[in-house]
Write a protein that binds this ligand. Structure first.
Ligand code: SF4
Length: 327
């Protein structure tokens, strides 16, 4: 499935979250004509019948004339023969799911960011964890797919809280999740906190540790991880002033989880699908393990053969013990 995005940066947002500067994150401005913008994007991204139009940026369902924009977008989508619309919005702004459904919305991306109220408050999110639960249920009941976004290392966040958020989100069984380590963007409140020494961004190493464990929770819950780490091109990267950015962050985080598996099982040899070779041992070359092709991921370790799935189940159980929120 291909995505053809158009952007409404910070549109519909009544408040600014501490970390957010959508204009700088996307380098786009509110479209003058939604219809023209859709046709332009369709051409630019080589849209086809397998593409979804994405209405991204801001809080789409809180834009003053969002219903009008959605109806226009739906007409274009039908004319172009695309398969539907996805949009991103806040959990407390999901109101009329029937209208969404009737106007071609097949998927909604909910910005949850955390399921711990103190983290949400410190990030000026101005919604609750219950809003996320309600939004996911409403959309799922209406037959609309839901993807939930989580961030790590927002103000007041800890590894235990990020894990707690992951378990909470996994229990809602969304169709997918996206995990973004917090980056400090120019012209945000977080940048001021960072410059004044009140916010310390995560190191790359720490972000990989947290996110690899969050991946474990979602893999174990059989929930699709759609994206890990924010995409930045050369232009938008200039607006990142701090934080654990790496262009291959997602690949590195997945490798980190395998690294934990290989080390904790004291692996001597590892079997796995060739397409995962680079994730399993490519970035863990220093462990000097032999890799043999197999359908399943299995290691031969100190305690004999241990399949990744079985190890993951136990590992996630140990993570559950660490997961907690200070309320
Ligand atoms: S609701 Fe979303 S788009 Fe709006 S300020 Fe917060 S993070 Fe940015």
């Amino acid at each position: 499935m291909k995505v053809v995005p158009i952007f409404f940066p910070n549109a519909g947002c009544q408040y600014r979250c501490v970390f957010c500067n959508e204009w700088m994150a996307t380098m786009k401005s509110f479209p003058k004509s939604v219809t023209d913008e859709i046709y332009k994007a369709y051409k630019f991204y080589h849209g086809d019948e397998n593409s979804e139009l994405a209405l991204y940026g801001g809080t789409f369902t809180a834009i003053e004339n969002w219903r009008d924009i959605l109806e226009k977008s739906h007409k274009c989508v039908k004319k172009l023969g695309m398969r539907g619309i996805r949009l991103s919005t806040r959990p407390d702004e999901i109101k009329d799911v029937d209208f969404l459904k009737a106007n071609g919305v097949v998927s909604v991306e909910i910005g949850a960011q955390s399921m711990c109220q103190d983290v949400l408050n410190a990030s000026r999110r101005r919604h609750t964890a219950e809003d996320v639960q309600k939004a996911v249920k409403m959309l799922k009941n209406a037959g609309i797919k839901v993807s939930v976004h989580l961030m790590t290392a927002l103000p007041k966040d800890t590894k235990s809280k990020s894990l707690f958020s992951s378990f909470e989100v996994a229990s809602l069984m969304p169709n997918g999740v996206r995990i973004h380590p917090t980056l400090v963007l120019k012209n945000t409140e977080l940048e001021q906190k960072y410059l004044n020494g009140y916010y310390v961004p995560q190191s790359l190493k720490e972000a990989l540790d947290w996110v690899s464990d969050m991946i474990a929770v979602f893999l174990n819950g059989k929930i699709l991880i759609e994206r890990i780490g924010m995409y930045q091109d050369a232009e938008t990267l200039k607006n990142v002033v701090g934080g654990p950015f790496h262009p291959a962050f997602g690949e590195m985080a997945r490798s980190m989880l395998y690294r934990k598996y290989l080390i904790l099982t004291e692996a001597k040899r590892v079997f796995g699908p060739p397409r995962l070779r680079s994730q399993i041992i490519g970035r863990n070359r220093d462990l000097e393990l032999e890799f043999l092709p197999s359908d399943r991921i299995i290691v031969e370790g100190k305690a004999g053969k241990i399949a990744f799935d079985e190890w993951l189940l136990k590992y996630v159980h140990s993570l559950k013990e660490m997961a907690r929120c200070d309320l």
